[in-house]
Design a binder for this molecule. Structure first.
Ligand SMILES: Nc1ncnc2c1ncn2[C@@H]1O[C@H](COP(=O)(O)OP(=O)(O)OP(=O)(O)O)[C@@H](O)[C@H]1O
Length: 120
């Protein structure tokens, strides 16, 4: 049981470390906070909330995995290596795809509501 709670503690420590050191993660967290506020303002439905929460989680998870890969690459390959470059660039591509997807979902989710808000 102690091991179970320790694993939560380590995961939480990882989250705090990543938040302190990674500027991108801070930006994602602020963006997540803002869209959650918008979600309440525009009174999203349960399904819309599920999509929004899942989208936020995917972006943050991608950023955390990217950070973990960056740290591992820096540890095993402090000098330039083409495979280190590939690993970092591919991890960054995962972040890019999650960020672009989240923007598209944000536009689809809030675009129609903003349209109704300003036009009606
Ligand atoms: N050891 C390495 N060998 C080869 N290329 C590397 C290496 N380290 C970094 N690079 C290249 O430089 C780029 C930037 O690396 P860096 O470690 O600064 O990552 P970053 O994406 O800028 O991270 P951060 O989010 O911390 O700013 C990588 O995407 C990769 O193309």
């Amino acid at each position: 049981m102690r091991r179970f709670f320790l694993s939560f503690r380590y995961a939480f420590e990882g989250l705090i470390t990543a938040f302190k050191r990674e500027r991108n993660l801070k930006v994602h967290m602020i963006a997540a906070f803002l869209v959650i506020v918008f979600g309440f303002v525009f009174q999203l439905t349960i399904s819309e909330w599920m999509i929004l929460i899942l989208t936020i989680a995917v972006v943050i998870i991608a950023e955390l995995i990217n950070t973990a890969i960056e740290r591992t690459v820096d540890l095993v390959s402090p000098k330039y290596h083409p495979l280190a470059k590939e690993a970092k660039d591919i991890a960054a591509a995962a972040c890019l795809i999650s960020a672009v997807t989240s923007v598209i979902i944000g536009i689809l989710l809030f675009g129609s509501k903003l349209y109704i808000f300003f036009i009606d």
